[in-house]
Design a protein. Structure first.
Lengths: 663, 661
């Protein structure tokens, strides 16, 4: 594929920002006209559109407000690229506003189309929140662009922030020819930046501007089992450093400063009320040991409902918990509200606890090099425990042993850490001992699934079996969550759909759940009848396939691969014990399989003992990232997994009748 | 004039009443929560439910306040929470409202299991603009009930005031069950007019309303929570709902529809002009066609293939272009003919005019959208008939056409317009006539493959799939807005969903942009481990297309009717070359299966030295049945399970040396 070289792309881009802004009426601006002339390879690695120009200019005003101007030019390369013809600015009411939003479509033929106020949609972004001040202005031209069109947009947003820090991504998924982040600040103000997922990009001084620029960024295609975009797209993080005394912003120069800032927001919210104190003590009193006292209070807070109300975001509202007393009286709160209530209640019961900032959905997102609260989107609690407390969630921070606990995750018990938080960097805010820590990661063996299948196969091929599924750790949490989020009827239907996907025509006559929450174990017992489980083969033979209840379709799928493969940590063990029909013997059985890859192992076996057939399958995956170049060999491992799950056993009657037809 | 005077006479009283009511409800009153309810641990309607609405009272009061009709809807709800899921489902609320509506008097309280009460504070109710665009503004009030926990009882109330709304829809169902619901309606006093409030109910049975003057109260008991099942009718055919509407009292149902048909005709008439140019063009189209079907097909094919529908995303018309077209008042058939593009109505109008020009009698017709609701003539609701068609009279019978959909041939309609009563618009004699349901053969999936099986169990070869009718329309619709390369990727993804281990290449996709052609896809496929290896044997399922297909129905029980969009059929033919060195051992093929008169399945397998040939047929809706009563579910499920079993028919390949022993 012919690609545009970086140097010419940047050269054209150099003209863009120097292009005069003078224009009349709805005419497209000069920077957009110039960008639209940038040469583009026809398909750009199969991308449906290419960003010709992507720029964010942030001006810091002496009064501490920021004004950002974002420009973007996108060429549509294929019909499905039309959805790239949209501009979206997120802002917080009360601390920001979108001052201007305009867009243009430069068509392959005909006059350009201009868009302005009339076409802008203003929408509330509550997402999971009951209420939030976050809103977005959106302008879309997706129904007006054609293949070959260039969509350009320019938006101006004024805003204030709790801290003067900016993460900025040079790219979303589309390829980008030129990408720039520009900052301007009053004289004497400086910047510090870090680059992630790209070679370091250093700022250039251009007059009073600092410019971070890169280009020719390849298409980041969304592929199955690839790492999240937050770990793939190049980004920078810029911290503004005003001269001493020039602003009221906190100087977040290291992680201790971030923790201190967070504590300053959270501390006043930890005041107790008599009712709260009484409840905390009532929960702890009479409990025999340290663990039991902690568990009693932790379970109470974990049981409160998750309700998020986000206000005062520019004043740190996104990081300031609601007062513990409010969360307690309303019996609901968001992650930081629940974590803060837990900390407060533990304190009233004489147990020390701290708030911990963490990211809940990408363990690789937080980087040590950039001390900033903007790297976190979640809050949990760290509880000081003695040497007697042993649990996977315990970690050493300075001189203290801390038990990490997420009271927002109602499916993970005290002692364990939700799967997607494991391995992440997290900031424990505990005064002078505050530290950025690596959250402990459990071993695959700690969160596996075991299937035990016992039953019998009739001479007509019918199966009657009991299926026991025992899951532990993260797998138990996952299954518990599914069980809790469905009605018993819907859960039964989901189980029926799962089993009939594995054994066509199967009926499930019993669905029984045993949830050992404290141990984080979840068991499911089923009684399954499948009239045609074993296939009748010519000559009176019966073919019995292993009941591969899970894992047979693991893997990223076939085909070309561009992105690395992010493999989850998992462990599956299956034991099948089936009584064969009377008068039958095993005629053929699959050979045992022992496959090994750097990221996993597979072992299967098949044995006959008397009339009992025993099948075993063990599959283990370690969390690992496989480069796209190693995809072919990784794929072979998953082929073995699939193949092994299909290997059948043939049973033959002791006296073979003549075959039905034989050619 | 007399009516208006009367109205004004009441106005002061009504406004005063409304004011008093508002004042009275500003301080909410609550009924006592008894201990028995607090002690309840499971639902009465559904013992497994996570929560149950014990009482839901809806009071709709219409009045005239001098500016118009003011409609006040008051809701009071009491819910018992049984577990955490019930708590999570029931304690957060959002009440959307629009310009011209107001939401007020929101109040709530939670009675905890120990009897203590937590009030919803006023500052815990949030008001926000959800979306603002152009002149539209959608707002919402949201709140979370405090102190909710398993065992608690929550109560809340709110009021919505609307102005001058033509009708009001009330849904009488929640995610969780409702033990008791009352709907009390006090209409605006219409005495002395030809109008009265009618309350129509859908998908629910109830006794006659209790009447107190002009106020009517309907009581409902034990309403089950929402249940979703595969192949179920559209939501509005399933969930209980009420329509409150002022209707003309002195008009019979037949008169109502006659009026709808007559008014529709008058509205369309100016846009159906058959000018000399249209007539000449119609003549040129039908030249050479001698019968009705041939002539009408020529016109139909012209309209659907040569006149581009500006709303068809396959055509790249822009919003900007469409808005200019809609502003243009010259959208007559001749203009559409000249332009070569138009809206769906423009295309249908042109078709009607050309049919007239060719000597046929044509009329515009309206029909309901079966994907949304099933038409009921006894419900006098004109908005049921949302879809537009053209009816052409032949041999005293109306035949229906909708050339606005380019992938639907003459004689078929989009599936959601088929098999329903359509109203043929006419000034004097509008009539209802039933649109046809296309037979399974009209929506055919014909799949063929020439494949080779390797000794390692890998199956590879060339496959061609051709789809017609409704099946083709759906597939074309899925792909028509994609670029050719993305279409191939999409097909590749679909095939990988069918066969997880497949490597697919040399994909060609055709027919997507050719309305007269079926949808066709051809590809080369490699399926490693297709044959199951059992020791030295290979087990081969010759019906490759159905290998690994999931069961149509998996649940053991059924609540709702079973609803298929349309009949369809499948014809598969496969030739598989087998590896040498094996003996083929085969039982007789499954043969024919008939499930009632609705489903037919046949499979024939021929085996010779090294080749297997499979021919399979499956047809659904052979007798025109697409809607099946839940009592028939067991039989239907068994039928589909049997088909799945038959499709799994397997050949055994045994190594020759083993066979010789």
């Amino acid at each position: 594929m012919k690609r545009v070289r970086l140097a010419p792309a940047l050269a054209v881009a150099a003209c863009l920002w120097s292009a005069s802004d003078a224009r009349g009426g709805d005419d497209p601006p000069a920077w957009l006209v110039a960008a639209s002339k940038m040469p583009v390879a026809e398909r750009s690695d199969g991308a449906p559109a290419v960003e010709l120009f992507r720029e964010c200019r942030v001006r810091v005003e002496p009064n501490g407000t920021f004004v950002s101007t974002t420009r973007r030019a996108v060429r549509i390369l294929a019909r499905e690229g039309k959805e790239a013809a949209v501009v979206r600015e997120v802002y917080e009411t009360g601390s920001g506003n979108v001052q201007d939003m305009r867009a243009w479509v430069l068509r392959t033929a005909g006059k350009p189309i201009a868009y302005g106020k009339k076409e802008v949609i203003d929408a509330s972004l509550t997402q999971d929140n009951l209420h939030s001040e976050t809103r977005a202005r959106i302008l879309t031209a997706a129904d007006d662009v054609e293949v070959g069109s260039v969509f350009g947009s320019e938006s101006v947003v004024e805003f204030r922030q709790a801290t003067p820090q900016f993460p900025w991504s040079f790219q979303h998924r589309l390829p980008v020819l030129t990408s720039r982040f520009v900052m301007t600040a009053p004289s004497g103000w400086t910047f510090r930046s870090r680059t992630f997922d790209h070679d370091p990009i250093e700022p250039r001084r251009e007059g009073d501007e600092s410019v971070w620029a890169t280009g020719e960024l390849p298409y980041l295609k969304d592929e199955r089992w690839s790492p999240p975009l937050t770990s793939l797209a190049p980004r920078i993080a810029v911290t503004v450093l005003p001269p001493l005394g020039a602003s009221q912003w906190p100087q977040l120069t290291d992680w201790s400063a971030v923790a201190h800032w967070f504590e300053s927001l959270a501390e006043p919210q930890g005041k107790s009320t008599p009712a709260l104190i009484a409840k905390a003590r009532a929960l702890a009193d009479g409990k025999s040991g340290e663990w039991e006292r902690i568990e009693s209070i932790a379970s109470y807070v974990q049981g409160l409902q998750y309700v998020s109300i986000q206000t005062g975001l520019a004043r740190g509202g996104g990081y300031r918990p609601h007062a513990a007393a409010d969360v307690f009286s309303k019996s609901y709160g968001d992650c930081k509200g629940k974590a803060n209530l837990l900390r407060t209640m533990l304190r009233e019961a004489g147990i020390r606890a701290y708030l911990v900032m963490i990211t809940s959905d990408d363990p690789d997102y937080v980087r040590e090099e950039w001390p900033s609260p903007y790297q976190f989107n979640h809050c949990i609690t760290a509880i000081a425990v003695s040497d007697t407390v042993r649990a996977p969630g315990v970690t050493q921070v300075g001189t203290e042993r801390l038990l990490l606990f997420d009271p927002t995750d109602s499916s993970t018990p005290l002692g364990q850490i939700p799967f997607l938080e494991q391995g992440s960097l997290a900031l424990v805010a505990c005064g002078s001992s505050s530290a950025l820590i690596r959250v402990p990661r459990s071993e695959p063996t700690d969160h596996g699934v075991e299937h035990t299948i016992r039953g019998s196969v009739g001479a007509d091929g019918a199966l009657v079996a009991t299926v026991l599924q025992h899951s532990r750790g993260g797998e138990a949490s996952k299954r518990r969550w599914q069980h809790r989020s469905l009605t018993p009827t819907d859960y039964r239907k989901a189980v029926e759909a799962w089993i009939s996907g594995v054994i066509p025509g199967a009926a499930v006559s019993k669905v029984e759940v045993k949830d050992q929450f404290r141990e984080n174990r979840f068991s499911l017992e089923l009684e399954v009848r499948a009239p045609r489980y074993a296939r009748m083969l010519p000559g009176g033979l019966l073919a019995v396939k292993p009941l591969a209840l899970e894992g047979s379709a693991w893997g990223p799928g076939s085909g070309e691969r561009r992105m690395p493969l992010l493999l989850p940590s998992s462990m599956l063990s299956e034991r099948t014990e089936l009584q064969m029909p009377e008068g039958y013997a095993v005629e053929e059985c699959s050979e045992p399989v022992a496959a090994e890859a750097p990221f996993g192992t597979l072992h299967t076996s098949c044995e006959l003992e008397g009339s009992t057939l025993r099948l075993r399958r063990d599959l283990e995956l370690k969390r690992s990232v496989v480069p796209a170049g190693d995809y072919a060999s990784a794929s072979k491992f998953f082929d073995r997994v699939r193949s092994a799950s299909q290997a059948a056993v043939v049973l033959a009657p002791a006296t073979l009748p003549a075959p039905a037809s034989s050619r | 004039v007399r009516r208006i005077t009367l109205v004004f006479a009441f106005t002061a009283v009504l406004v005063a009443c409304a004011f008093l009511t508002t004042r009275a409800e500003a301080k909410p009153t609550w009924k006592d929560v008894d201990k028995d309810l607090l002690a309840e641990s499971r639902g009465i309607v559904d013992p497994e439910a996570p929560s149950e609405t014990v009482i839901w009272e809806v009071r709709v009061t219409d009045s005239f306040d001098g500016k118009g009709i003011r409609s006040e809807e008051f809701n009071y709800v009491r819910v018992k929470i049984f577990n955490e899921r019930g708590r999570d489902l029931e304690s957060k609320f959002e009440i959307p409202y629009r310009r011209g509506e107001s939401v007020g008097d929101i109040a709530g309280r939670t009675t905890r299991p120990n009897g203590t009460i937590v009030e919803l504070k006023k500052d815990a109710v949030f008001d926000r603009t959800v979306v603002k665009a152009g002149g539209y503004k959608g707002k919402a009030k949201s709140f979370a009930m405090p102190g909710v926990e398993p065992g608690a009882v929550i109560e809340y109330q709110w009021k919505i005031i609307r102005r001058d709304i033509p009708a009001l829809i009330l849904y009488a169902q929640k995610t969780t069950p409702i033990r008791s619901m009352t709907i009390t309606v006090t209409p605006f006093n219409t005495s002395g007019t030809d109008y009265s409030m009618q309350i129509r109910s859908f998908n629910v049975t109830h006794g006659p309303p209790a009447e107190d003057g002009i106020t009517k109260t309907i009581r409902l008991e034990k309403i089950r929570g929402v249940e979703t099942e595969p192949y179920m009718p559209p939501d509005d055919q399933v969930r209980p709902w009420f329509l409150l509407e002022y209707v003309e009292t002195r008009q019979s149902t037949d008169e109502y529809w006659k009026k709808v048909g007559s008014m529709g005709y008058e509205a369309w008439k100016p846009y159906l002009g058959v000018t000399p140019a249209v007539r000449r063009f119609a003549d040129s189209l039908v030249t050479g066609a001698f019968d009705f079907d041939g002539r009408i097909r020529a016109i139909h094919d012209f309209c659907r293939t040569k006149i581009r529908n500006v709303y068809d995303d396959a055509h790249d018309f822009t919003d900007d272009f469409r808005s200019k077209l809609l502003d243009d008042e010259k959208r007559m058939p001749e203009e559409t003919l000249r332009r070569g593009y138009g809206t769906s109505d423009d295309i249908n109008q042109l078709f009607a005019a050309l049919a007239e020009g060719a000597g046929f009698r044509s009329r515009m017709a309206v029909v309901s959208d079966r994907s949304e609701n099933f038409f009921r003539r006894d419900h006098r609701l004109g908005f049921q008939l949302s879809e537009h068609l053209v009816a052409v009279l032949v041999g005293g019978q109306w035949k229906f056409y909708d050339p606005a959909h380019r992938d639907i041939p003459a004689g078929m309609l989009p599936w959601w317009e088929e098999s329903q009563e359509a109203l043929v618009l006419d000034k004097e004699t509008p009539v209802f006539a039933t649109t046809p349901l296309s037979l399974p053969s009209r929506s055919l999936a014909r799949r063929a493959g020439r494949l080779r099986l390797g000794a390692d169990g890998t199956l590879e070869g060339e496959v061609r799939e051709i789809y017609t009718g409704h099946l083709a329309m759906r597939k074309k619709e899925d792909l028509d807005e994609l670029s050719p390369s993305r279409r191939r990727e999409e097909v590749q993804e679909q095939l990988r969903a069918r066969w997880t281990s497949a490597t697919v290449d040399s994909i060609t996709v055709s027919g997507v942009d050719e309305p007269l052609q079926p949808y066709e896809v051809a590809y080369r496929i490699t399926l490693p481990d297709y044959a199951e290896r059992v020791g030295k044997r290979l087990l081969v399922q010759p019906e490759v297309f159905e290998r690994g297909a999931s069961s149509v129905f998996t649940a053991s029980t059924r609540t709702h009717w079973i609803y298929f969009r349309h009949p369809w059929s499948e014809e598969d033919s496969l030739t598989i070359e087998l590896p040498s060195g094996y003996e083929i051992v085969a039982d007789p093929a499954p043969g024919a299966l008939q499930v009632g008169r609705t489903i037919a399945h046949r499979m024939a397998v021929e085996v010779d030295e090294r080749t297997v040939r499979l021919h399979r047929y499956m047809g659904f809706g052979m007798d025109g049945t697409i809607l099946i009563h839940p009592s028939e579910y067991g039989r239907l499920k068994k039928g589909f399970d049997s088909i799945q079993q038959r499709d799994g028919y397997t050949l055994t390949l045994r190594p020759l040396e083993a066979a010789e022993r």
